[in-house]
Design a protein. Structure first.
Lengths: 312, 312
DNA sequence: TAACGATGAACCTCAAACAGATGGAAGCCT
DNA sequence: AGGCTTCCATCTGTTTGAGGTTCATCGTTA
């Protein structure tokens, strides 16, 4: 009882004759005839009664036929799935994302991706970077975007990006006339920063101190996005990662906040992370490639943020 | 993408290693290794990532595995069905039966059969012989038992039985002392017969007339079974087919009716009928054999009816 | 007579197995 | 660190058998 026999059986049941079945299978008549008799021999009972130059299927043949048809239906399913996978149209994408990009940046990219891959299912979860790192390590996400501090996650296929941060100022701030904001301009200037336990606060403070300037922290926020709201209201200046800045430009009205190049360079390090010890799905890799490309695009073309207020 | 590849794939997924899979499949390790890579080549994407001497299934492999497992499950179903058919434990039995044997004779035999074949489903319908013949011809029954008059249904696998009829008398009837009832004894004796359109009435009448005796028809009934009720009440003597007589012995209390050999021979012709142009299921043939055997047993051993009142 | 199916003989091809060896990567055990 | 083992991939060479071919024949039946 093998597939070839079942194919022959099915063809004979469908066409009602050995000759036609042979034709349909692109085989010769003796070949099909032999297949049927070898099948009958295997299973130990007759499937057809030969009568008056016709084949009459026995009731047993009808019982079997239903089940054989079910097998072929499943095989068809498998082939469909294989095709879908080949066309990158099959799979489930579990994405973990830190808060900053999860509101606008990531959804935008994911939306583009899902439109191109209509059958793909996805889930997007927002968590703190620490949680995200933990979850992706335990294979709860297929890929994740999170801030990384140490160089530890540089293992496997993980990809690191050093995002050059920009300076966000109220549009009517006197310093907004400059193309580049330097450290000395911010001496004692009211600032909106992240909390002190955050890497970027630490880096910034060190810059101020080594330069001999005073960092005047007017407000501390947990994430970058709310910080921008305070900038918008004129409460101070903030140093912002480009993804958050880009997100802001995509939903806020221009005229309230402007972004400027900041000197010296200060980086936010984010990682595009994959589970360790578990292979990634092709879909995950495909999406990761798109995501990575968009992030690089943002790094290489900071004008889309810096010139946002001008050309709009 | 063929069964062999899927078998190898399944084994590797289950055991988690090529070597163990090879062992399980009674193949060599290179064979399984080759099968997997030829499968990967066919479908166009990786199923396993080779890492640290282990195989890690990709998510795609997991998607496929579910569907492959479903195929094997169906194949298992087919094999089970084949086995059930081999063991005569699969099928549906549609039986048509004329009224006489359908109350006790046929149910008894069918019950025996179903007990021996626990998984078989059956349906038993009672109709007039004419209806039964019509229905079985149009493949509504797998087999049928009916009275046949002409010799017409002697086609195909149909089997005819000439049932030697017996004489049913009230137990206290003076004639009951005889072992054999002859025609002359019944001269002008009150009789309970079937209707005149029935073959057996016609045969009986002819016998009486050629012998020069008078047939005193006290009552006419449609079937044999009610006729026996009248015999029981002493209303007359009846000539009964052995199946109806046997049925009666299996439910009635002895002491009211006795059966005696009747001379000259008079036969009721019944047929064990199969659909024409349609093969019979093995189950139908099996049951037909049992049924045929029981009928022949009844014909060859009439004592079980004739001596019923004595040894009980 | 033509169509259909079963069967047989002779033959061919190829997937799939074998055995047996090798090399590389990685784990395990001193 | 070194040695041993395990596991996988790969190669060579070989064999086997299923499944196909062609061609021919025969019996049945429309």
């Amino acid at each position: 009882m093998n597939l070839k026999q079942m194919e022959a059986f099915r063809a004979v049941m469908l066409t009602g004759s050995v000759s036609q079945a042979a034709q349909q299978l692109f085989r010769t008549q003796p070949a099909v005839s032999m297949m049927i008799s070898s099948l009958e021999n295997d299973i130990g009972f007759q499937l057809f009664e030969r009568h008056k130059k016709r084949l009459y299927p026995t009731p047993e043949a009808n019982y079997l036929y239903k089940e054989v048809e079910a097998i072929f239906s499943r095989i068809q399913d498998v082939n469909q799935t294989v095709q879908d996978i080949q066309n990158k149209q099959y799979g489930f994408l579990r994405i973990g994302c830190m808060p900053g990009p999860s509101n606008y940046f990531m959804p935008d990219i994911l939306a583009d991706f899902l439109i191109e891959h209509p059958k793909i299912q996805a889930s997007l979860q927002t968590r703190t970077s620490d949680s995200v790192i933990e979850w992706v390590a335990s294979n709860q996400y297929d890929l994740a975007l999170a801030e990384v501090t140490s160089h530890q996650p540089k293992v496997g296929r993980n990809q690191l990006f050093d995002l050059l941060c920009v300076c966000a100022l109220p549009a009517d701030h006197p310093l907004a006339v400059h193309d580049i904001i330097t450290l000395d301009m911010l001496d004692a200037e009211p600032m909106i920063t992240l909390h002190p336990d955050h890497m970027i606060y630490h880096d910034l403070l060190q810059l101020f101190e080594t330069g001999g300037y005073r960092m005047n922290v007017r407000l501390q926020t947990r994430f970058f996005i709310p910080a921008l709201k305070f900038v918008e209201r004129g409460l101070g200046i903030s140093i912002i990662d480009p993804i958050s800045a880009f997100s802001y430009t995509s939903y806020a009205q221009p005229g309230k906040v402007v972004f400027r190049r900041f000197q010296p360079d200060i980086f936010l390090r984010v990682g595009l992370l994959f589970p360790t010890e578990t292979p990634s799905s092709m879909i995950a890799l495909e999406f990761a490639q798109l995501l990575s490309q968009r992030i690089e695009d943002l790094c290489e073309n900071p004008e889309q943020i810096l010139c946002w207020d001008m050309d709009d």
